[in-house]
Design a protein around this ligand. Sequence first.
Ligand SMILES: [Zn+2]
Length: 633
Amino acid sequence: MTLAHQAKTRAAVLCAVILLASPALAAKPATQVRAEIPAEFRWDFSAIYPSWSAWEAGLADMEAKMDAFARLKGTLARGPAAVLKAYQGYDEIGKLQYLVFRYPQLQRDVDTRDQTVAGRFQRVDAAFARFDTATSWFTPELLKVPQATMEQWIAQTPALAPYRFTILDNYRQQKHVLDEAGERLMSLAGAFNRTPQATYQELSTSDIKFPSIRLADGKEVTLSPGNYGALLDTNPNQSDRAKAAAAHVGTYGATANTYAAIYNALAQRDWFLARARNFPTTLDAALEGNNIPRQVVETLVETTRAGTAPLQRYLRLKKKLLGLQEFHLYDSFVPVFRSDKTYPYEQAREAVLASVAPLGADYGAKYRRFVSGGRVDVYENEGKKSGAYNAGVYGVGPYLLLNHNDTLDSAFTLAHEGGHAMHTVLSYETQPFVTADYTIFVAEVASTTNERFLLEHLLKQTTDPKERFLLLQHSVQEIVGTFYTQVMFADFELQAHRRIEKGEPLTTEVLNQIYADLLKTYYGDAVTIDDFYKFTWSRIPHFFNTPYYVFQYATCFASSAQLFKAMTSGPEAERKAATERYLTLLRSGGNDHPMAQLRKAGVDLTQRATVQAVVDQMDALVTRMESEAARVR
Ligand SMILES: [Zn+2]
């Protein structure tokens, strides 16, 4: 991976919360007109640039610095001063990349209809791509300096110390870096390699036609992913849910052969890239960047497959409480109890702030400052991107996008994204630019830990068994969505890629079979599996957009479960020490490989016990749900 490539990936990284069904129905805010929403609930972009002309100047400055950087070709062997000059030059470009990228990106996301902004954003993308190609020489040239010599240079040059981890990590990955001609060839293939993803995007969004069905109450509904998710979340009529699921998933099933051809192309691409860079498997290639041993994924899958009992027990409890004869996958999202309780933004914000009190006064004060205005874009408006994410701008701080709709889900989304934002705050203020960015592998630890804090806080606030049940259900549903489902997805990707590695065909039938077998393994006889669900793989965007990505949600969840337990149980001195280790993890940004960072915080993901902790937590939560349910009745 080239230096420039890292920058591009870094700037493009966004958090995406993924669930099988989409979030609950939006309670409509009073206005959808952005200008009518009070400024304190909208982003203030002036901390990045005061105006578009300042942005233009920044873009020009960045491109000039990129050109200057490209002229450093051939200088690295001259000595430590030359290496330092290159890395410092790259830092300057990287800091500008953040500003130049985020300014249009954030403005586009709050009004995606604005074509002028979209055009400006594309110019940034093009500049990044040019830089990527113009600097493909960098890593091969750096690696021509023997590692021992480089270590000596670093030792005798204090200014190189902050770059030590990054520089030496290139040597670790040396056996996978090709010569200059090879790297050039790989970079030329870059655009072509994105074809499967682009094709999937068109087929699954632009060209797809979602069917309409008539519900039991006579209403007709078009089954777009949003409507479909909302229907599964709220429709109390099982036959409506059944009809919707068959029609929605069936829409993908109708073109399953094309999806299979795309997935086959993607797996072939992954296998090409792995072999071109001398990896034994596609999984090894995917994990190399973060220096994660293959056993982490294998242990995760094995332990989870053996730990499906509490998942099935939860689904049986739900079946019983819903009074259903048969429990189908489309019944898993509908709530057992309904509640009129709402969580308006300001109330949710105070709860979230109060919930993290165990993390200390300093964390709390910084969190309050962050949410005090201009950095959280709270409400939905016309043209605004859906969902939620945290986006950092080095030197400026994080920006957080929400679509808060007063539901319990949106309160937890605030806790989740707020966890990311505070991770960014602590890392940016502690780390130099080169190591400020954390990997996804630790990112979701910060977010899920804060969700857990909110759960405990809200559970303490209420004595109403119904509300307690709903809170517990939210958390259990999160373990299902973030842990079990993601491990099942990882299992699927692993099996599919292994077929390609063995030279076996990856047809629609094969993919359907892998998926159907997984459903059987995970849900056992707790769920009646309808035949059409075998097509589910074709509607999971992560399979096509970011292969071997989703397992990280599960490993993060396991890490967070263990850290939360250490911070909140046992003698006070131990809790304090665990909290300090956790805050150190947040402050450490990307200054080491994620497995090493987590080990320092007390988590070892190569151990079965770490994964088993989630299974045990699920078991305990389901037991609590059972007793709260008994009190409601
Ligand atoms: Zn997240």
